[in-house]
Design a protein around this ligand. Structure first.
Ligand code: NAP
Length: 312
């Protein structure tokens, strides 16, 4: 089958680290153009300053992958849907729940495919953990998500602006795993968000969850963005059967009672583009709003503390 032409909107870190190389290697897609406010092209392909210029000049490109920060995503995705494009979106989808609801409704009424990606969900170890937790139940869970903002978002000032999520930008990856694997609904009970004195988004967050479950599982999470010793992307569960199930490496390694039972490399973005191809084939949208809803509640309920100023 002929490859589908796709354009990437926003040629920043994640587009260059993942989207462009994965599209190039894909059997389903052909990169046809980029849209870049800075005019960043890829291997001499056409580059347009705005999506409107792309849609006017190359109407045959009917797919776009929106790799911008979340603050501008609603406007870009809405414009794409109105131009008749099918759309894949980076995480976090939007800065508000209302914006995401609007995009879901617009995709539905216009008959376009809308795919909200959550890259951390695309790991075999996550799927295996979900099956085990479904069989054994959850007595306790602890999320520890610590990384260096200087390494993963170098110089990106948008992460510190309102709507930039701060440390909840990586933290929502943990939530995308957590909401996928948990066998019952969880709710934010309390949160403490520490903001650098000179910034608008948190650098450290501690969360307590509750559930409606009679056995009252102990559930909590901690995110930190000043971890310079390497990434700690771990979720540890105790099951009602007495086993310890641990996801490490952002969902790429599964340990049961301390022994590694599954470990694999990084195939997340290739799996996402393969899933997008399937959705296009079936003309079906796929939007999982649960991680954003849970994170919005962290901001709604969280107590604020001021911490030391942050400088790059
Ligand atoms: P980034 O390096 O800042 O790139 C975002 C790009 O979007 C910019 O370079 C810019 O590209 C474009 N853009 C359009 N309007 C913009 C605006 N108002 N402000 C800033 N940029 C604007 O950010 P990123 O790390 O690639 O993150 C983009 C998205 O991917 C975020 O939602 C993030 O959560 C997600 N993500 C990031 C990582 C990571 O490791 N950093 C991993 C997974 C997912 P042009 O100049 O080409 O227009």
């Amino acid at each position: 089958m002929a490859k589908r032409k796709i354009a990437v909107i926003g040629v920043g870190k994640i587009a260059q680290d993942q989207h462009l190389p994965v599209i190039e290697a894909s059997e389903h897609f052909e990169l046809a153009a980029t849209v870049s406010t800075r005019g960043v092209s890829h291997r001499g392909l056409p580059v347009f300053r705005t999506p409107g210029e792309l849609y006017a000049a190359r109407p045959e490109i009917d797919l776009v992958s929106v790799c911008t920060p979340p603050g501008v995503r609603h406007a870009y995705v809405r414009e794409a849907l109105e131009a008749g494009k099918d759309v894949m979106m980076e995480k976090p989808p939007t800065t508000t729940i209302c914006e995401l609801d609007d995009l879901i409704a617009r995709a539905e009424t216009s008959g376009r495919v809308l795919y909200q990606t959550w890259h951390s969900q695309y790991n075999a170890a996550v799927d295996r953990a979900k099956a085990m937790l479904s069989a054994e139940g959850v007595a306790a869970a602890r999320i520890d998500w610590r990384e260096s903002v200087r390494k993963w978002h170098p110089g990106q000032d948008w992460v510190w602006e309102p709507g930039g999520f701060g440390v909840c930008d990586p933290g929502i990856n943990a939530f995308s795993i957590f909401t996928k694997v948990m066998p019952f609904p969880v709710f934010v009970a309390r949160a403490k968000l520490t903001f650098p004195a000179n910034r608008q988004t948190p650098v450290d967050v501690e969360i307590g969850f509750k559930s409606g479950e009679a056995h009252q599982p102990k559930l909590s999470a901690g995110f930190n963005w000043l971890e310079e010793s390497g990434e700690i992307w771990t979720i540890r569960f105790e099951t009602l059967a007495g086993n310890e199930i641990k996801l490490e490496g952002g969902g790429r390694r599964l340990l049961v009672n301390g022994a590694t039972v599954l470990e694999h490399g990084d195939d997340e973005y290739a799996a996402m583009y393969a899933h997008f191809a399937r959705l296009l084939e079936q003309r079906q949208s796929d939007v999982d709003a649960a991680p954003l809803r849970l994170m919005a509640d962290v901001f709604l309920l969280g107590a604020r503390e001021n911490g030391p100023a942050f400088e790059w």
